[in-house]
Design a protein. Sequence first.
Length: 501
Amino acid sequence: MKRFGFAVVFAVVALIVGVVLAAPGAAKGPAAGGGGKAPAFGADVVLPGGQGGEPSIAIDTSATASRGIVYIAAIGDPNGPLEWHSSNGGKSWSGPVPFDTSGPARGGDQDIAVNTNGDLLATDLNVSWASVQVSKDQGKSFDAGTQTAPEDDRPWLTAAGQNVYVAYHDFAAEVPVVCKSHDSGHTFGTCVPPFGGDLSATNCAENTVPARALSIDPTDFSLNFLYSCSTAAENAQHPPFGPLHDYYLAQSTDGGLTWTTHTVFQADTSNGKAPNYANIFGTLAIDSAGNYYALFAGTADDSNADTNPYHVYLETSTDHGKTWSKPIRVDHDANGVGTHVLAHLAVTTPGNVDVVWYGTTATGEPNGVCGTVVSQAPCTDSSGKPDGFPAYTDPNAPAWNVYLAQTTNALSAAPTFKQVVVNPTATHYGEICTNGIVCGSSDRSLLDYISVAVDCGGLAHIAYGGNTKAQEAAGETFVHVANQTGGGALAPPAACSTPVP
């Protein structure tokens, strides 16, 4: 599917873990912050019985008997989309459960979310629309579902009790759209483009990409949808679509009837710079006190990626998305080098953030080639020297690992991060496509994103695609899971403070 740059809790968190640990499936974790220790992870788990890329992860934090169950869904398998579930903190997993089994073009894009009653919701792209299915037996089976999101591309799910939202990118209009359900996802009403009256986003009408799931502010219940865009002039210069490098927040305080627009980030395009900050996707998250966090990754100048490395950036807002901090670089490799792509984050209480990404110590253009599928050429720097990564078959192909950076003071003027390698064994080699389907000849075997979520013990669980050189040669990509086992941890999600009856 076309992914051009293509991510709710209500109570004050309780740090008394006795209640949390009594819940089935809840993992025992260290105190928030972990005394300054770096997070530690166990050995990777490869999900059984199927293949897949760009996995979504969701953890049940509801005040029900299913609290603590971890869910993962992915596409890429001939029998996809698939869902797996674990009731022991990700140590072992069920076999894959297919969903949207009657979809005419199933397996395009998927996402999952756990509702406040413990139901698991899944969406799947069928090109002309997206389907939404509900599982009431903890992922063992799904209902027949309902159709929503016409002209859909890249649907994302948000579940908040009776209110369920599908946020997506409209094929024809090239705009973000939000569909809403008031019966827990069983039927959906009108879908509405969330462009507001602010003309600052006028150029976005040519090409927009949703930044993962819509977020609900737990303090004022506003709906918030982050999206990136390129300009009309850049689209004409780099057909079919130019680089995505500006971010805007669509916000509704009346349940999605009307929307306003706030500028989150606008890149510097002066002096011929070609920034690209949407490899993919960006993410918006809101903590338990209503502070906002926007995450994106990319380069300040894609024409010179060797001297402008792909980094991961975090912005914060303490006034409900109206104004934003300057971007903070999250990754901290020696001397500021390396390449960092396909980032995601999980947020719990104020300042508590886990960020994950694919990273390599090599510096350059991860796509290997520059331009789009319409007009593509080898990447070179300003001196004409090649700076594109080689294919996985090259003996010098860089090795990629998954990284996590954790902070508990993200709202401070100078946040501190503990950065760790999640998987000591490389999960991929060579190119990684960051531009979706317009990558052309670049390597898109991992598809477009990875995912992280935090359990009621404050521990991180990461789902990502991986392939060895032999697996890639065979056309195989598998879903890996990394489970945090110790070290520093976040404060638990606020929903975990409600006791299970």
